[in-house]
Design a protein around this ligand. Structure first.
Ligand code: DGL
Length: 266
């Protein structure tokens, strides 16, 4: 039986990544799940993040997604290794789960840069996943990770008035950088602020790389690609609807119809 591509995020930020995937690969069927009932993940414990991520993953698996992209950097940082190595082999061996950190690291290292900065949630920076993965490939680079917890609530609530000032104070904490990784699904929405504030620094935004990375992955994995259905269908759901989420969804994906679903809470 043919299956959809599932995309999961803790909220609606992942819609930016989904829309980039759809733009690059419009032929496939997509099911998006934003766990808005539990947003933000970034300030939660690893145990909570894992529980919410597994609940969402199980929902996508139950909806017949055989390829699932965890678009959330926080969930990728905390859960992906466990999911890929333990959970999926035991519970859904025919499902592939991919994250966003490794594709981002590969793009960051494709330039000859020496000083890389990362902005992300507290949970992501605490995990040091970017530093670990970047240095695994190039131990000589310097990596500075800074948690920027005020940004996600501002973006989800559509509060952009103080964005430039808030970002300016976060970015001032970095030494001189060659590249800055926007290590959170919401940050593509503020990439132009970053480009204005750091004109000499390459800004690495996941919406600009995930489409090509997924296309490349499917090209290298025909055994997965041939199992995907191709009706150009898109379905979007969240675990809790609210006025902000509807407005953000409309902005990110005009004409979007978002359904509220309940997922099994074990
Ligand atoms: N989606 C999360 C990420 O990419 C950010 C929002 C959150 O804290 O849940 O890290």
């Amino acid at each position: 039986m043919l299956s959809k591509i599932g995309v999961f995020d803790s909220g609606l930020g992942g819609l930016v990544i989904t829309s980039a995937l759809i733009k690059a690969l419009p032929q496939y069927d997509y099911l998006y799940l934003g766990d808005t009932a539990h947003l933000p993940y970034g300030d939660k414990t690893s145990g909570r993040i894992l529980k919410y991520t597994l609940d969402s993953l199980n929902y996508l698996i139950s909806q017949d997604c055989k390829l699932i992209i965890i678009a959330c950097n926080t969930a990728t940082s905390i859960c992906l290794r466990y999911i890929q190595q333990k959970y999926i082999p035991a519970h859904a061996p025919d499902v592939k789960v991919l994250g966003v950190v490794i594709p981002t690291v590969e793009v960051a290292l494709s330039d000859n840069c020496c000083r890389i900065g990362v902005i992300a949630t507290q949970a992501t920076t605490n995990s040091h996943i970017y530093q670990t993965e970047l240095k695994k490939i190039n131990p000589n680079i310097s990596v500075t990770e800074i948690a920027t917890p005020r940004l996600v609530p501002m973006i989800e609530h559509n509060c952009f008035d103080d964005m430039e000032e808030t970002l300016r104070s976060y970015l001032a904490q970095f030494p001189k950088l060659d590249s800055l990784i926007l290590g959170c699904t919401h940050y593509p929405l503020i990439k132009e602020y970053c480009r204005r504030l750091l004109p000499q620094t390459k800004i690495i935004s996941q919406d600009e790389l995930m489409g090509a990375k997924l296309a490349d992955y499917l090209h290298r994995h025909p055994e997965i690609e041939t199992k995907l259905s191709r009706n150009g269908q898109r379905n979007f759901c969240v675990t809790r609807k609210n006025i902000d989420s509807e407005r953000v969804a409309q902005q990110l994906y005009p004409q979007i119809n978002v359904a509220e679903i309940s997922i099994l809470q074990k």
